[in-house]
Design a protein around this ligand. Structure first.
Ligand code: PAF
Length: 282
């Protein structure tokens, strides 16, 4: 695996690979890799001639400085894991390298930007949009891989690629979970064992809501029970809970059979912000 820090160099490497007719898979990450990231990497290795993984903690997407400072880092461990999987290139630019000047361009995603996650993280998706654009331009991948745990991020990136006619296929990869059901996240490293147990109740709640919907219960009752379940868990603080239509990505209060639905959760355990979702057909 070759580690590259200069944007110009990764652009040259990617251009050479493309000239040779080789496909490139890009896995953008912020490091502190876990099995969820590795699932994206493995998929890219299967699908492409070359895989480029980027590790860059993008300051533009953090609306909370403390969250940026506390973002976990494990670069040596990350490098070893990527190397042993057989990744071809690791792109790890510094902030000064990638943002020579603070971008003046602002990417707006309309209503998608201010709903759900966006309502609690102002500027977050605009920052994600800038960095993902930069990475796609530098790496020119055939395919780019994103985890479906960050469902709204996946949806806005898919929209950006469509609206800007960016020539890349975007692949969403299913959430990987701990045995307890807790969705894998770099932030889980900041949870104690008790915190991890509390976090596992998020998925339990989502599963029972899904079961309710698939038994044709009305959404008002399902929501009520889910709220009550989460309120009964000491140490779990809900930030938002939304039942949405996956195609429109809007909140719903009723559904039809076979409709694609996602139940999305965001909240805090031990001061750590956790998100999760469950996608299924009603
Ligand atoms: O999902 C992430 O880790 C980040 O938002 C991403 C896509 C790497 C952009 O910084």
């Amino acid at each position: 695996m070759r580690a590259i820090t200069a944007p110009k160099e990764i652009l040259e490497i990617a251009s050479d690979l493309k000239k040779k007719g080789l496909s490139i898979g890009l896995v953008p990450t912020m490091g502190a890799l876990h099995e969820g990231h590795l699932a994206l990497v493995k998929k890219s290795l299967e699908d492409n001639d070359n895989t480029i993984v980027s590790i860059f903690v993008n300051p533009l997407q953090f609306n909370n400085q403390e969250d940026l400072i506390n973002y976990p880092k494990s670069i040596e461990e990350d490098r070893d894991r990527l190397q042993s999987l057989g990744v071809d290139f690791l792109f790890e630019p510094s902030t000064e390298n990638l943002y020579v000047k603070k971008p003046v361009v602002n990417i707006s995603f309309g209503e998608l930007e201010s709903a759900f996650e966006g309502a609690y993280r102002p500027g977050h998706f605009a920052g994600v949009g800038i960095v993902v654009n930069k990475l796609l331009n530098l790496v020119q991948p055939s395919r780019a891989y994103f985890g479906l745990k960050d469902l709204q991020q996946y949806v806005i990136i898919r929209k950006m690629i469509e609206d800007l006619s960016i020539p890349v296929e975007i692949i969403g990869v299913e959430t990987v979970r701990e045995e307890s059901g807790l969705a894998m996240s770099s932030r889980n490293r900041r949870l104690s064992d008790t915190g991890q147990l509390i976090g596992a109740s998020i998925y339990k709640g989502l599963l029972s809501a899904k079961e309710g919907i698939q038994k044709n219960r009305n959404l008002k009752d399902v929501r009520f029970d889910l709220d009550a379940f989460y309120s009964s868990i000491d140490g779990l603080e809900v930030e938002y809970l939304e039942i949405i239509d996956l195609t429109e990505f809007t909140s719903i209060d009723k559904y039809e059979e076979s409709q694609e639905i996602a139940i999305c959760f965001a909240g805090y355990v031990e001061g750590v912000r956790l998100i999760d979702n469950l996608i299924f057909a009603a």
